[in-house]
Unconditional design. Structure first.
Length: 658
């Protein structure tokens, strides 16, 4: 394929261009729409399926009664298809990078696939009461095909791309942190809406006495869900941008970049990287624990808490489920404000480790004292939610650090393979969790019709351990795991090595290297100039059409711009003045403290008969030596890190020559 043909890739169509033109990440529209609102709408349907699809199978289609083995093994065996599907999607993502990106095109392709899978899942023939496997074979076939089409094909097309966008958005760590927070908040918003709002209305989709009515209600609900999902994906597509993909393409031809790094080569590098293993095992534990909690929540709240009349109803269970999740959202939302300051102080990995310890404490409270006590269950859930906040908000940014480290060490990125495995974990764990839940429910004699008597004690115990115990054990393992996660110490080394490689590629391609930050500034200036020319042309056309004087209108516009700039400068000066005043006050406080120290030393010397000048000189000499030792220690640490990095990189380049 020639460079000319590459430029005619269907994703280069002007109608499909990103609406984000800023060279730097901005809160709106990129973070606000592309990483928060759009994904929240798109992820809502998956949050619904993760939380209630299994309930739909057990309580509406009644599979655990007439197709027990099928209900247990379908989600478990389908994990194989999920892994294969994600690997293929990751390979596809790496195969055809365009200036529109390599992940974003997959978002568009996911829409028709999601529509088809939802039709197969929810428009199956309804199995009548007393159905057998033979008489409802078509139902099982459609359920199996629809389930695998969604989790192994449709959702990977969306989720692998969605998950890769933070890594590919920018190299600016602060901007990437903003996008990671917004992206994680979108998932939280989707799950929050499902967990807080849906339980209040679940009696409409789960009728206590009429499964057929529930079946018909679900069909109507799914149509609305598909519309919301498609709209969310379109918003995410048009308001995101892959600056790193653009940067990569700018230092080499599209064809070379598309074929340079095979999936096998990426896999080989990943499997040799201990940080890659640590972060992926973390995601496996975190997601499996979360899925066990989320997917069993509606069962737990219904069957461990009876209403005032002693009945175990969908309405009462939904109310308690909503209460637990609503209260749990408060510390999770609070964590959004606390996590990044903590991470900036102690590091991302250490923040996750500390949070995991707190989550374990909350989980233990729920396992042993939460059953039949709503207050303790709510408190336990809230403590666990606060402890899990660092893992929720920081993990994607930490994954980006790992991918940057790989690029620095090996000379190429592994987004395709890594996000395939990541997607497999995030999607496949739902099936594993449902398989575990269905297996325990079947083994303990679960029966959805026992509204008046409730489930057996064995079933209640199993639900308590699934809801609280699974995630608690996962966080305990994460805390141990992250003792060894220290990839962040290489950040400075990584950045220098990446720049070194990019300069070498530019020289090899006969290009002049331009620092990405400088290139983005230049690009922003070009965008601003084009926008200004377009504005002037539009104004001229409007003046000609309405008979207005262009010079007067332009002068009026320039006056408004000048006034706005003056206002902005005034605000900036006010901000700088406040900062200067704070600095002055701080310096004054330090001077006051120093005066107090010297005065105390004088009094001490007078009391002990010592020479103040000698004691002060000794103190200053001691402080100077301490500062020099601190600087020398930092230099030794930096030198040791650089030496360690150089050794790792040298060995990696021998194994993966350019």
């Amino acid at each position: 394929m020639s460079e000319k043909s590459a430029k005619r890739h269907w994703m280069d169509n002007p109608l499909l261009r990103s609406k984000v033109h800023s060279a730097n990440v901005k809160l709106f529209p990129e973070a606000g729409l592309g990483y928060l609102v759009g994904p929240a709408l798109a992820l809502f349907s998956n949050a619904m399926l993760n939380g209630y699809l299994n309930r739909y199978y057990t309580d509406v289609l009644n599979l655990t009664t007439w197709a027990k083995d099928f209900s247990i093994w379908l989600p478990v065996i389908s994990v194989i298809a999920v892994i294969i599907g994600n690997l293929l999607v990751g390979k596809l993502m790496e195969r055809h990078p365009t200036m529109a990106g390599k992940a974003r095109p997959l978002l568009l392709l996911s829409i028709p696939l999601i529509i088809a899978s939802f039709f197969l899942i929810f428009f199956v023939p309804y199995p009548q009461d007393g159905a057998t496997v033979d008489s409802a074979l078509l139902t099982l076939i459609m359920v199996a095909i629809g389930y695998n089409l969604y989790y192994a094909v449709a959702y990977p097309f969306y989720y692998v791309a969605h998950s890769a966008l933070v890594n590919l958005s920018t190299r600016n760590s602060k901007h990437r942190g903003l996008l990671a927070t917004a992206s994680n908040a979108s998932g939280l918003a989707a799950i929050g809406l499902v967990n807080m709002v849906f339980p209040l209305f679940q009696s409409l989709l789960f009728n206590d006495n009429d499964r057929l009515a529930s079946y018909n209600a679900w069909r109507v609900f799914i149509i609305a869900l598909v519309v919301a999902t498609g709209l969310g994906i379109l918003i995410e597509y048009f308001f995101t941008r892959e600056r790193i993909t653009e940067e990569t393409l700018s230092v080499g031809s599209r064809e070379k970049q598309a074929s340079r790094v095979s999936t096998a080569k990426q896999a080989k590098a990943c499997l040799r990287d201990k940080y890659w293993w640590l972060i992926l095992v973390f995601f496996l534990l975190y997601q499996l624990g979360g899925q066990l909690k989320n997917n069993s929540g509606s069962y737990y709240t219904q069957w461990l808490f009876a209403d005032a009349s002693g009945q175990y109803t969908y309405k009462n269970g939904g109310n308690i489920n909503s209460l637990i999740n609503t209260v749990g959202m408060v510390p999770t939302a609070l964590g959004m404000l606390l996590v990044w300051p903590l991470a900036n102080k102690v590091g991302k990995a250490r923040a996750i480790l500390l949070g995991s310890i707190l989550a374990v404490a909350g989980g233990i409270l729920g396992i042993f004292w939460g059953g039949n006590n709503v207050g303790i269950a709510v408190a336990s859930y809230a403590i666990k939610a606060l402890g899990g906040a660092p893992a929720m908000y920081i993990s994607l940014a930490l994954l980006s650090d790992v991918l940057d480290h790989q690029e620095a060490v090996y000379g190429f990125r592994t987004d395709g393979f890594t996000m395939s495995i990541y997607g497999s974990i995030m999607i496949g764990t739902s099936g594993i969790a449902n398989g575990i839940i269905n297996g325990l429910l079947s083994a303990t004699g679960y029966d959805a019709s026992l509204i008046s008597t409730g489930q057996s004690e064995a079933t209640k115990t199993a639900l308590s351990w699934i809801f609280f115990g699974g995630e608690t054990l996962a966080f305990a393992a994460i805390a141990i795991l992250f003792i060894f996660m220290n990839v962040e110490k290489f950040s400075k080394c990584d950045r220098l090595a990446i720049v070194e490689d990019q300069k070498a590629k530019c020289v090899a391609n006969g290009q002049t290297y331009v620092d990405p930050e400088v290139r983005l500034v230049q690009e922003q200036q070009e965008i601003d100039q084009k926008a200004e020319i377009s504005r002037q042309e539009e104004l001229k056309a409007r003046c000609a059409k309405k008979g207005l004087n262009y010079e007067q209108e332009e002068a009026s516009y320039e006056e408004k711009v000048a006034a706005k700039e003056a206002q902005t400068k005034a605000k900036q000066k006010e901000k700088e003045d406040k900062a200067a005043l704070k600095k002055k006050q701080k310096e004054g406080q330090l001077s006051a403290k120093e005066f107090e120290r010297k005065n105390a030393l004088r009094q001490s010397c007078a009391k002990q008969g010592l020479d103040y000048e000698k004691e002060e000189a000794a103190y200053e000499e001691k402080m100077k030596a301490a500062q020099e030792e601190k600087a020398a220690k930092q230099w030794r640490e930096d030198a040791a890190i650089q030496a360690e990095f150089d050794a790792i990189r040298s060995k990696a380049r021998e194994q993966f020559p350019a």
